[in-house]
Design a protein around this ligand. Structure first.
Ligand code: MN
Length: 269
């Protein structure tokens, strides 16, 4: 695990972790997260930055970040068996799928595969990479901690949504209303410096360019069916009791400052 958490590993790739989704370069993530062996939980960026930095490994291949708590830590809201399958099987499959897509795209460029598969491979990359990143954020914004928004994020939610209750009602409804598989997402839109709630289908559809996920809920059936069966609203309600608002606020602070402070853009254009 210390290998996964090492700054050196996180930096090995030196590529943007998710430039397509407007997240941060892995180097920026690692630096801003104070990403060191001591795993300082109070470092800027917090658990989300650490999880994303651990989402890319040696040779810039994507890798499965460790769950930052025990499988049963979210009981009774989310059961241990669901967490184990979800992290070890489902999330791992997205990591594998993203790496496979990249390898096949490279093979196609080298003439080893038929270019007629490029569309399919590109979609495979988009789907699996988006799934990988959303799950990496999802694990890190849950756990123990406050049960209401805190800090700068709390103030901005209050100002932009009218109240925490109005935000929660909108987010819960959006998540509950996803048709089929998808996500509810609170995102930061850096052009207007605004918080927006999005509804992703699958992992990658119906999303806004440049919006950065802050708080996400997975509403694929694999996220809740063992315990909640078809009753998604009960799962969404239970989700609120395991949100680590401190982690969300730390991540928000890093994202906001990075997009507002030119000093963070030394690796930009
Ligand atoms: Mn999932």
């Amino acid at each position: 695990m210390s290998e996964l958490f090492s700054r050196r590993t996180a930096l090995a790739g030196g590529i943007g972790l998710a430039s397509g989704m407007g997240l941060l370069a892995s180097e920026t993530l690692a630096r801003a997260a104070g990403y060191q062996e001591d795993q300082n939980v109070h470092a800027p960026g917090g658990p989300v930055a650490r999880s994303l930095a651990a989402s890319v490994g040696k040779g810039a291949e994507y890798s499965l970040p460790p769950l930052p708590y025990a499988f049963d830590a979210l009981e009774p809201s989310i059961d241990a068996e669901t967490m184990r399958l979800h992290h070890d099987k489902h999330h791992a499959a997205y990591v594998k799928g993203a790496n496979e897509a990249l390898a096949k795209l490279a093979d196609t460029r080298e003439g080893k595969l038929d270019p007629s598969a490029l569309s399919e491979l590109t979609e495979k990359l988009t789907f699996n990479l988006s799934g990988h990143l959303l799950h990496s954020v999802f694990w890190a914004i849950m756990g123990t901690g406050g049960r209401e928004p805190v800090g700068e994020l709390a103030a901005d939610i209050q100002q932009q949504f009218g109240s925490h209750a109005k935000f929660k009602a909108q987010f819960s409804a959006v998540a509950t209303q996803v048709q089929g598989n998808g996500w509810g997402v609170l995102a930061y839109e850096p052009i207007s410096e605004r918080l927006i709630v999005l509804q992703a289908r699958n992992h990658q559809l119906n999303v806004a360019w440049n919006a950065i996920p802050l708080l996400v809920i997975d509403v694929w059936e694999h996220a809740y069916y063992l315990k909640y069966k078809n009753v998604r609203p009960d799962y969404v309600k239970a989700f609120w009791s395991v949100v680590n608002w401190g982690a969300v606020n730390q991540w928000y602070g890093l994202i906001k400052r990075t997009h507002q402070d030119p000093a963070h853009e030394e690796h930009g254009h």
